[in-house]
Design a protein around this ligand. Structure first.
Ligand code: PLP
Length: 428
């Protein structure tokens, strides 16, 4: 038995399913999850000592690769000063200032410890600021595991959603309206029916939880207009895309396509913590004034703004602002996805790819999907064979077809070449 199998059996005795987050269990692709012992640059190593080129990067945060010297140094120094104080520190201000400098739609930001906490708080803030209860989310977008966000579409636009998880009462889902992603007519209809009672609309601008599906520009433009017309807040969940698809995040990209575009509330996570538990949500001063201790919307956290996590996030954000960082990262990512598309074409496999900055997606279908239903028509068996073929060749992709991939600054040209060679073997 391999060390990975031994550890997985041991883990399952003491941890439900052997993992602390379900997708790690490899349920979608089958086989034994790899237990990781360490990471170094673009690589991770498993309990059997096997090395993998890492395209998960902890599901997004590790944009600099593992163990970047400047980040490591900042974390070590912060840890020596103290792990947690439960009192304000100057570094929290520095991180807030750094984030706000790069995201002009926000004037203030609140730091929390996970993306789930940040989206949950953003929804509460939107409800508190508008005095309304209902909100819209889109099918296939994931915003963490808050009760009101674990909801699937009801039967028609007049009915609200149903929980997708046991343990979430129907009543909690009754304010969540779930719409099809990129479906303009449905959006119009939903606003016509419920516009004046909507607190907000929450969206992943590039949905990384259905692999990689962009919000179409006309859809985003109309969504912004409708929110403004009806007094609903536009909440942009950039937990995955934030500081990952570009220095100014996905909202920076949409601002180039739609003059004057900006969300009302933005949510960040992953990259802003550089691999430590850190996330944030922010908005204009006018919206943020509703938050405790200034206003009546309660939100708090023992470890919020943690000194070691903020040091890690700050060092990471400083590195990604160095000249040419995103150009180089985007170039590598593009080279990877174009290379994969080329290999697929040579093997007659239907394939489509998209990428932005250091985030990418590929689909075993000839055209890029626009919504969740289409993503789910992917040939799952073929994806699983490809995934395991790549894993055997030392390439660690997301163990599910509906997850995005991530390239880091540490990936070398040789790593990309090796990945394409592995894909050639895996697709054959
Ligand atoms: N929002 C998006 C877009 C995400 O991708 C995720 C996690 O993958 C979350 C929210 C939840 O973040 P966390 O896992 O840190 O709670």
């Amino acid at each position: 038995m391999s060390q990975n199998q031994i550890l997985f059996e041991r883990a399952q005795r003491v941890i439900p399913g052997g993992v602390n987050s379900p997708v790690r269990a490899f349920r979608a692709v089958g086989g034994t999850p790899r237990f990781i012992t360490r990471g170094e640059g673009a690589y991770i190593f498993d309990a059997d000592g096997k090395r993998y080129v890492d395209y998960i990067g902890s599901w997004g945060p590790m944009i600099l690769g593992h163990g970047h010297p400047a980040v490591l140094d900042a974390v070590m120094r912060a840890a020596q000063e103290g792990f947690s104080f439960g009192a304000p520190t100057e570094r929290e201000i520095e991180l807030a200032e750094e984030i706000l400098k790069l995201v002009p739609s926000m004037e203030q930001v609140r730091l929390v410890s996970s993306g789930t906490e940040a989206t949950m708080s953003a929804i509460r803030l939107a409800r508190g600021a508008t005095g309304r209860s209902k909100f819209i989310k889109f099918e296939g977008c994931y915003h963490g595991h808050t009760d009101a966000l674990l909801v699937k579409a009801g039967s028609g636009l007049a009915t609200f959603g149903h929980p997708t998880s046991a343990g979430v009462p129907e009543e909690v889902a009754q304010h969540t309206l779930v719409l099809e992603f990129n479906h303009l007519a449905q959006l119009e209809e939903a606003f016509a029916l419920h516009g004046k009672s909507l607190a907000c609309v929450i969206i992943e601008p590039i949905a990384g939880n259905m692999n990689f599906v962009r919000t179409s520009t006309p859809f985003m433009k109309r969504l912004r207009e409708l929110c403004t017309e009806h007094g609903a807040l536009l909440v942009m969940d950039e937990v995955m895309t934030g500081f990952r698809v570009g220095l100014h995040s996905a909202q920076g990209l949409y601002a180039q396509l739609i003059p004057g575009f900006k969300p009302d509330i933005s949510v960040f996570g992953k990259v802003i913590g550089g691999g430590m538990p850190l996330a944030a949500f922010g908005a204009s001063r006018d919206i943020m004034k509703h938050l405790a201790p200034l206003g009546g919307v309660y939100q708090a956290g023992t470890l919020s703004g943690n000194p070691v996590a903020t040091a890690c996030g700050l060092a990471t954000l400083r590195e990604i602002q160095k000249p040419g960082f995103f150009d180089a990262l985007a170039h590598k990512t593009r080279r990877l996805v174009d290379g994969l598309a080329g290999v697929a074409k040579d093997n007659g496999v239907p394939f489509s790819v998209d990428a932005e900055g250091g985030m990418f997606g590929f689909f075993l279908m000839s055209e890029l999907p626009q919504n969740y239903q289409t993503v789910m028509t992917t040939d799952k068996e073929r994806f699983n064979r490809f995934f395991h073929g790549m894993l055997d060749e030392g390439v660690y992709l997301a163990p599910a077809l509906y997850e995005a991939g991530f390239v880091s600054a540490a990936h070398s040209e040789a790593d990309l070449d090796a990945t394409l060679e592995a894909a050639r073997k895996a697709l054959r």
